[in-house]
Design a binder for this molecule. Structure first.
Ligand code: PLP
Length: 439
């Protein structure tokens, strides 16, 4: 297999560290300071440098008391029962994951949505991030016939965590969205089907729904249309439901869960409040699940059992859906409203727009004609004690230079209310100064 170097990657360019360690091409590619690694390091270091830093950059979920109580109940039940305890801590499960858990997930999905699937359509992964790595590279990259295929993002900006996951380069392509200006200061990205030109080098389509970083929720029609296009071309549609449907259900708009034999739905326990257990769930047709499980065996041997052990009872009883609807969604919805309101007050009079917050737990702010790029804004905000994500990182795969990509930032609103308000004050103050100074 040929690995190809990524441009702009310091280790790849023969840096001292890369050479001293005598890294392979794979090593240089994956041990390097990629976009996500650099940003995560920056987020971690920022807190060490300044313990009072307001963290509005990362993807940690908020603390929802009802969820924490449910997880504690489930874990205590596992610990009380010696057999369950042994199954969870003392045994490797098969690379596809614990059968009882997979059956519980399949029964819930089939029962609630009428999807024709069973335990053979479900695989467990160590977090959904690792599932994406495996799935993307299973379909895209260097093909046996010498051609190269890529993952296409029908709507960019997309989740930064995908950006460096390919074993070859270029690995992603993307279509720039249509921007719909909505009432007041809101806007919404829509898939621009008139620009969606796919050739035979596209291995799969991938969308996160709700989208990280924007909080966009692709409409049922958009999903149906993408599904048709994927089906026609004989390629899968990968839907990243980390924030979405049917759980944790961080959606503030109506949307239907989508799955069929041509869809690969990737779910996660993380945004329910369990990022530490590292559990992802892949739902796909059996041959894809089998291939995925084989790869998972090589990469991970087996997956962690604690997430499935905690969640199994919640799937069996269906409580996982009630918890999402009654506790997770309202928690984030009220946070979103508060953040929008605070930005509106503080940014009044400036040329800003907020992507309509339809889900997930970020606001995506667009500063039209921002005199400095969002990277500089990010650095200035960091110096003032608030961390955000500069938006340009999220437009990977898009070849054209589109000024819009340097005018946006992502702001998480999961921190406690006082910290979010203070962070918003700082962001607004800095942006106001920047527009006033023109630099
Ligand atoms: C859109 C999206 N997908 C996938 C992931 C990966 O989550 P995990 O590996 O914790 O399941 C994240 C994490 O923030 C995300 O935001």
């Amino acid at each position: 297999m040929a690995y190809h170097l990524k441009h702009g990657n310091t280790l790849c360019q023969g840096s001292a560290e890369g050479d001293r360690l005598k890294l392979s091409i794979f090593g240089k590619r994956f041990a390097s300071d990629s976009g996500i690694v650099g940003l995560m390091d920056d987020l971690g270091n920022a807190l060490i440098e300044n313990p009072d830093m307001i963290m509005m950059g990362g993807g940690n979920p908020g603390r929802v008391p009802a969820m924490e109580a449910a997880f504690q109940r489930q874990l205590e039940a596992v610990m009380r029962d010696p057999q369950q305890r042994h199954r969870s801590f003392g045994l490797y499960q098969a690379p596809q994951g614990d059968l009882g858990f997979r059956q519980a997930v399949a029964d819930l999905l089939a029962g609630e949505f009428g999807w024709k699937l069973g335990a053979g359509n479900i695989a467990v992964s160590n977090g959904s991030q690792s599932a994406f790595f495996t799935l993307f590279n299973m379909f895209a990259g260097d093909m046996p016939d010498g051609s190269r295929r890529r993952i296409h993002l029908p709507l960019t900006p997309e989740y930064l965590g995908y950006a460096d996951s390919g074993l070859s380069e270029p690995f992603f392509s993307a279509t720039r969205p249509e921007i719909e200006l909505l009432d007041k200061d809101l806007f919404k990205y829509r898939v621009d089907f008139s620009r969606l030109e796919l050739d035979d080098s596209v291995a799969a389509l991938c969308v996160s729904r709700p989208t990280n970083p924007t909080g966009n929720v692709l409409t049922d029609n958009e999903i149906a249309h993408l599904d048709e296009i994927a089906e026609e071309r004989g390629i899968p549609l990968i839907i990243d439901g980390a924030y979405g449907l049917p759980f944790p259900n961080i959606l503030f708009t109506e949307a239907r869960p989508h799955w069929n034999q041509n869809t690969i739905l990737v779910l996660s326990l993380s945004k329910l409040g369990l990022p530490g257990v590292r559990t992802g769930i892949v739902v796909a047709r059996e041959e894809i699940i089998q291939a995925f499980a084989n790869a998972n065996g090589i990469l991970n041997l087996a997956c962690g059992n604690i997430g499935p052990a905690i969640a199994k009872g919640l799937f069996r009883s269906g409580e996982i859906l009630n918890l999402g609807r009654d506790h997770v969604r309202p928690f984030y919805r009220s946070r979103a409203q508060l953040a929008v309101q605070a930005f509106r007050e503080r940014l009044a009079g400036l040329p800003f727009r907020i992507h309509k917050p339809e889900g997930a737990f970020f606001l995506w702010l667009w500063f039209d004609g921002l005199p400095i790029g969002c990277q500089v804004l990010y650095e200035r905000l960091k110096a003032r004690g608030v961390l955000v994500v500069p938006g340009h990182h999220c437009f990977f795969g898009l070849d054209e230079d589109w000024p819009h990509r340097h005018e946006c930032i992502r702001v998480s609103y999961v921190q406690d209310e006082a910290a979010v308000r203070r962070g918003i004050e700082l962001i607004a103050d800095e942006v106001r100064k920047t527009y006033a100074a023109g630099a």
